[in-house]
Design a protein around this ligand. Structure first.
Ligand code: F6R
Length: 237
């Protein structure tokens, strides 16, 4: 793992955006792996600005998001699809057909999950996967205890994750109980991984990841099994 310490959140966002910008400039048809949450908001702002300034184009690019809740769609303001529309897709020249998120509103969720991996493969695989990390080490919605060998799958959310995410809903009852997430194997299949870690609450996660111990109790530790991972971190949010 290649560790980059950023002086502050702004710098973290810029460093991450530059990695994607350079790849897009070299390979405009790149396949992006994207994440939601608070951490990448500054990163998306940088990409939107670079697109508006004509530095990069998403016209030929494709994207696959890590995860999506079950039972809500892009029209729901708490869905990850809605988040992505607001943060990135509505502001850049990306084609709708090239945007992919797990389809949490399908009846056959398991089939939707399996097809997602097939779509990623058909696109040639993910070139760079962006990740955030939960305080418990989750990546995507892969909570502690998840077998590293899983592909995209349907998961039940833990109470702590539902609690952490309830700020995006009007009450805890409205937070979905399930999600579809890329599995850890799906993430490890990406050619390159960029993990963003910001904020004091994540310090312990940084320490555990740095310790180098690989265990399913700490999902992000699977990244030690990948040969091209960059972690960009900062203590200040
Ligand atoms: C988001 C995702 C999650 C977040 C993680 C950190 O698509 O899969 O694993 O990356 O929960 O979230 P923030 O950035 O809000 O602290």
């Amino acid at each position: 793992i290649n560790w980059i310490e950023a002086a502050n959140y702004d710098e973290l966002s810029k460093i991450a955006a530059n990695i994607f910008k350079e790849e897009l400039q070299k390979h405009p048809e790149m396949v992006l792996g994207l994440a939601t949450g608070g951490t990448p908001e500054g990163f998306y702002k940088e990409l939107v600005e670079a697109n508006k300034a004509g530095e990069i184009s998403f016209e030929k690019a494709q994207s696959f998001n890590l995860d999506e809740y079950v039972g809500i769609n892009a029209a729901n303001k708490a869905s990850y699809h809605y988040y992505m529309d607001q943060q990135l897709f509505n502001h850049v020249d990306m084609k709708n057909d090239n945007i992919h998120l797990p389809e949490g509103d399908k009846i056959d969720l398991q089939a939707a999950a399996t097809q997602y991996d097939a779509k990623i493969e058909a696109a040639g695989g993910i070139d760079i996967q962006l990740l955030g990390i939960g305080v418990n080490g989750h990546i995507g919605f892969n909570e502690p205890g998840t077998p590293f060998a899983l592909g995209t799958n349907v998961v039940e959310l833990t109470e702590s994750t539902r609690e952490a995410n309830k700020i995006y809903f009007s009450s805890i009852e409205e937070v979905p109980t399930h999600a579809i997430t890329m599995g850890i194997q799906t993430i490890l299949n990406a050619k390159k991984v960029v993990l963003l870690i910001s904020g004091a609450s994540k310090q312990e996660a940084i320490n555990r990841l740095r310790s180098g111990v690989i265990t399913e109790d700490f999902p992000a530790s699977a990244l030690h099994n990948h040969s091209n991972v960059t972690v960009i971190y900062t203590d200040v949010k």
